[in-house]
Design a protein around this ligand. Structure first.
Ligand code: UGA
Length: 470
């Protein structure tokens, strides 16, 4: 097996994608500089303190520290890089489109400082190419890679400078909470580029992952029977569309099972059994068939919206994806309907909410179903008490106008509650002792938005249990 070769990498943006990518590539033996315009973030990282919470990140940051640098200045690294990753945010514009101005600002900065290889004092790249590969990892509308290329070319032209560079799109598929696991042991690596040179450099870069010939970190072990990742080389437009298509298919699958769950409930069928029955068909697969309150997070909602916008520009409707979104946001309100069916009037009632984050393992509240549900409960005149093991500080900071009571633990939130609504399936919530809950609650109603509780057990303890599709 040929030896892995160490490359010089610059990562621009130290959010979930940037920091995870940077630290993981450094762990694999590359020399990585993480750049961010926020000096507070950079000084924390220099002190080996991760700025986001991800399982295994802190350990990896310590292990790989000798291969890592942190800086606020991209210009110092443009000419010494074999690969520059753009990992900045692409927030949603008012019209639903993705805002790529951050991506373009990075491209302009690269164009402003790039010199022909050998011409710059700090050009020490190690790849066998004549310039850096500028890789876009942010989720962007199809065609952005071409814009990045044009922006850099225009900057070079303005300076009357000739410098070689290559562009590529390498979409990111990591999930929050298991970002390191997904980065070190991915299902696939997709490289979209028109340049053979870029393809070769990126293949060298990802070689340790493709061959899985690195020592697994203690904190994030290689999953048992993990097959090496698929390595997909394609053109930039297809790579960009792969990302959007994946982030549309997965939520569509969840919305599908939620529609079937709603029907199952009316028919007296059990959605857990139905999901098992269809999920064991390898063509369908069992993952992402968990029925409940529906999906949230920073990606599915934003990316499906951006995809619909992009498709609209080309006269394509994408009706399935439109409906997946509609089903999803209606699903949140169905839980309120179930609560109203049990309590009739919500005005003056106390509702205990378990879970604020959009999924377990993160303090991220973006597009979390809990937000819409709490908002509606307050509008209907209920008192709301909340508990989340990680996301309460963010909630206090980001939603100061939502008047809720904060509980200390998953039991104190139940004091005098008329109903419990389970929104996020944190493992500790699964262990809730309903004999203790029984003594605390005023009325014994459980709305289980993630189908984590045993209906029969709860009913035997005198609770009214309402799940989704059960
Ligand atoms: C998602 C994708 O899974 C990643 O592949 C992608 O890289 C990422 O978006 C992104 O574009 O950055 P993430 O948003 O971190 O990752 O979270 P997921 O684990 O996919 O969960 C999304 C939502 O779906 C959560 O609210 C979760 O509770 C919900 N979900 C998931 C269900 O309701 N049912 C399921 O069966 C699975």
């Amino acid at each position: 097996m040929p030896e892995n070769k160490s490359l010089n990498i610059t990562i621009v943006g130290t959010g979930y994608v940037g920091l995870t990518t940077g630290v993981s590539l450094a762990y694999l033996g590359h020399k990585v500089t993480c750049v961010d315009t926020n000096p507070a973030v950079i000084s924390k990282l220099k002190e080996k303190t991760p700025t986001i919470y991800e399982h295994g990140l802190e350990e990896l940051l310590h292990d790989a520290y000798d291969n890592l640098k942190f800086s606020t200045s991209l210009k110092d690294y443009v000419n010494s890089s074999d690969v520059i990753f753009i990992c900045v945010g692409t927030p949603t514009k008012d019209n639903g489109d993705a805002d790529t101005s951050g991506v373009e600002a990075v491209a302009r900065e690269i164009g402003k400082h790039l010199e022909e290889k050998g011409q710059s004092a700090n050009s020490q790249s190690t790849a066998d190419t004549r310039g850096p590969v500028v890789v876009n990892k942010s989720t962007v509308p199809v065609g952005t890679q071409e814009r990045v290329k044009a922006v850099i070319e225009r900057s070079l032209k303005e300076r009357n400078t000739e410098a070689t560079f290559y562009t590529a799109s390498v979409p990111e598929f990591l999930r929050e909470g298991v970002a390191i696991l997904d980065t070190l042991y991915p299902d696939r690596i997709v490289i979209g580029t028109d340049y053979k040179e870029a393809e070769d450099t990126l293949e060298t870069l990802y070689k340790p992952l493709i061959d899985q010939n690195f020592k697994e970190p203690e904190a994030v072990k290689r999953p048992e029977n993990y097959p090496n990742p698929a390595f997909i080389k394609t053109d930039p437009r297809s790579a960009e569309l792969i990302k959007y298509a994946a982030n549309a298919f997965l939520p569509m699958k969840i919305s599908f099972i939620n529609e079937i769950a709603n029907l199952a409930e009316k028919l007296g069928a059990d959605i857990d059994q139905v999901a098992k029955g269809i999920g064991s068909d390898s063509r369908i697969s069992a993952s992402f068939l968990g029925a409940g309150v529906g999906w949230g997070g920073s990606c599915f909602g934003k990316d499906t919206r951006a995809l619909l916008y992009m498709a609209g520009e080309y006269g394509e409707e994408l009706g399935l994806i439109k409906q997946a979104r509609k089903t999803n946001y209606a699903q949140r309100m169905l839980l309120i309907e179930k609560l109203r069916e049990e309590l009739n009037i919500l005005r003056g009632k106390t509702i205990a909410i378990l879970g604020l984050s959009f999924k377990p393992g993160t303090d991220d509240l973006r597009d979390s179903p809990a937000l819409d549900i709490i908002d509606k409960l307050l509008e209907l005149g209920a008192f709301v008490k909340v508990y989340d093991p990680k996301a309460m500080d963010n909630f206090k900071e980001e939603y100061p106008d939502m008047e809720v009571d904060y509980a200390r633990c998953e039991y104190s939130v139940l004091d005098d509650a008329h109903a419990l609504m389970l929104i996020t399936d944190w493992p500790e919530f699964k262990e809730l002792d309903f004999t203790e809950a029984n003594e605390k609650m005023k009325e014994k109603i459980v709305i289980d938005g993630r189908n984590i509780y045993d209906k029969e057990e709860l009913e035997s303890k005198g609770f009214v249990y309402r799940g989704v599709g059960r």
